[in-house]
Design a protein around this ligand. Structure first.
Ligand code: FAD
Ligand code: SF4
Length: 487
């Protein structure tokens, strides 16, 4: 522990964000890189409390406690306080292959469980992680580490999202020859075509993939396994297969008019925006918010990304509908520390809408009753307010009569989450699924119902977080390696 009285002397300070009105003119990252002295002070605030829930990494009643990767957080904080950044990176790398991703996009489950957070504001663990990884990148110290020996075993990883990349990284490091198949034209899964560039610069994803290639991982892009590359060939060509195909089936809106042109899913909208940015040209058929009244259905983080992207494309107005009530400002008794705090926050997209339009775009307890249109195109959304009532022992929304409202809309973006993995590959491999439609695995073994086929990430756990994807990818790599090299 660097400074025993640090938590008494120093307050939490956070990195600045670029001013909202300036950053909406581009797609560059909006968080300004944290300053080293401020971070050393944050490192000094760590109490080295003895029972550090911040790195516990378990789930209670569906809520995470601490970092799923079990990062050695108190040690890293201490090393940063002492100015030993290289050593801090070595500690970080023991548990975490891609800190440059999570230190930008993770909701920081660790901070929700920081012991200091019980009485004061938690240590800025995520920003310390970002500083350590960015500093090593800046110094050119993140170099390829190819394995010294090869096992002669071949493994295929289907999907190049965080779980696929993490699995490929470790399986390859353990000496296996790894090929990653990705149906998109660029690798990264939702890191590439989901999370917008202003949260995670795509150059970081591509440079990590380039590093993996230098270490020996092969990437086969624009190839759908089960389609372009048939499932039987996959089973024949590889000694083991790891499915990291995500839970990419988006929940669609269930209201009259949902078939109209101009009603788009969030991921199609966001991925088209990123593809246009990276290709340097916009696909004429891609959804675009320029000059339109946009209604985003869904008040979560994906909805926020849609708000921010619509604003950057020049939307005329943006509203964000959420069927749930506004969360409380502070933890409730039912959501105590060290559980992840379910509290109200105003994220970057809402801050930008407030700066541009003067109001928070979110409307709670509001849902879509009907989508109206003319000549096959959307021109409005009829909304209605709801209240939550007990129906057969379960909370359910009930419309409040007389609260209908017709609003103009030329683009409706549905950001209502995901229903689970796509069926095609699961059916072609004839895999068993669980009650939620995810690939069923034997406990934590990551083994599917088919010998030599493993599963990890959202395809196994259901829609989650990048950090969970990486944690799952590392675990499945170990299980798959045990299977491949048991003898
Ligand atoms: C818009 C959006 C924003 C998000 N923002 C955040 C955030 O800020 N922070 C956070 O922690 N989490 C965020 N998430 C969630 C997070 O991105 C996911 O939980 C995570 O990416 C899941 O990782 P994965 O590797 O399991 O799957 P994915 O990232 O979904 O990757 C699966 C990959 O498999 C490929 N694939 C599927 N089927 C096949 C096939 N048959 N053949 C070849 N390839 C195939 C897909 O093309 C895809 O690239 C966000 C999600 C969305 C949709
Ligand atoms: S990966 Fe996320 S939860 Fe883990 S230490 Fe980093 S910010 Fe915290």
């Amino acid at each position: 522990m660097g400074k025993s009285t640090g938590f008494l002397e120093y307050e939490r300070t956070e990195s600045e964000h670029r001013p909202a009105r300036e950053r909406i003119r581009d797609y560059e990252e909006f968080v300004v890189a944290p300053q080293v002295e401020a971070l050393r002070i944050q490192g000094a605030r760590c109490m080295d409390c003895g029972v550090p829930y911040c790195h516990a990494g378990f789930v209670v009643e569906g809520l995470s406690i601490g970092c799923p990767l079990c990062n050695l957080i108190p040690e890293i904080n201490d090393l940063v306080y002492r100015g030993e950044y290289e050593e801090a990176y070595k500690r970080l790398s023991k548990t975490h292959p891609f800190p440059e991703f999570t230190s930008r996009v993770c909701p920081a489950l660790c901070e929700g469980s920081c012991t200091l957070g019980e009485h004061a504001l938690p240590v800025t663990i995520k920003e310390i992680e970002r500083f350590v990884s960015d500093e090593m990148l800046r110094r050119g110290l993140i170099r390829p580490r190819p394995p010294l020996l090869r096992t002669g075993k071949r493994a295929a990883v289907v999907g190049s999202g965080p779980s696929g990349l993490a699995c490929a990284e470790l399986l390859n490091r353990l000496g296996n020859s790894v090929t990653v198949f990705e149906r998109a034209d660029r690798p990264g899964g939702l890191l590439m075509y989901g999370i917008p560039n202003m949260k995670l610069d795509k150059a970081l994803v591509l440079s990590r993939v380039a590093l993996l290639e230098e270490e020996g991982v092969q990437f086969v892009l624009s190839t759908e396994v089960g389609g372009d590359y048939p499932a039987p060939a996959l089973m024949k060509d590889f000694d083991a297969v790891v499915l990291c195909a995500g839970a990419t089936q988006e929940r669609l809106i269930d209201a009259p008019g949902s078939e109209l042109a101009g009603v788009e899913t969030a991921v199609r909208f966001l991925s088209a925006a990123t593809k246009g940015l990276l290709d340097g040209k916009r696909d004429a058929g891609a959804p675009n918010a320029a000059g339109k009244d946009v209604i985003v259905v869904g008040g979560g983080d994906t909805g926020t990304d849609c708000v921010a992207t619509s604003i950057r494309q020049g939307a005329g107005s943006v509203a964000q509908l959420e069927i749930l009530p506004k969360p409380p400002e502070k933890r409730t008794d039912g959501n105590p520390w060290p559980l992840w705090p379910k509290v109200h926050k105003t994220d970057y997209g809402q801050q930008e809408a407030i700066a541009l339009f003067g109001t928070d775009p979110r409307e709670y307890l509001t849902t879509v009753k009907e989508i109206t249109g003319a000549n096959g195109r959307v021109n409005g959304v009829k909304t209605v307010q709801v209240e939550w009532v007990n129906r057969n022992g379960k909370q359910a929304p009930r419309e409040i009569a007389g609260t209908e409202r017709l609003r103009p809309a030329q683009l409706v973006l549905t950001a209502m989450g995901f229903t689970g993995p796509e069926r095609m590959l699961i059916e072609r491999l004839d895999l068993k699924t669980d009650s939620r439609g995810n690939v069923a695995t034997e406990g934590d073994s990551h083994k599917s119902s088919l010998l030599s086929v493993f599963a990890a990430g959202d395809v196994r756990r259901g829609p989650g977080l990048v950090v969970w994807g990486i944690a799952e990818g590392r675990r499945v790599a170990r299980r798959c390696d045990e299977y491949l090299n048991a003898k």
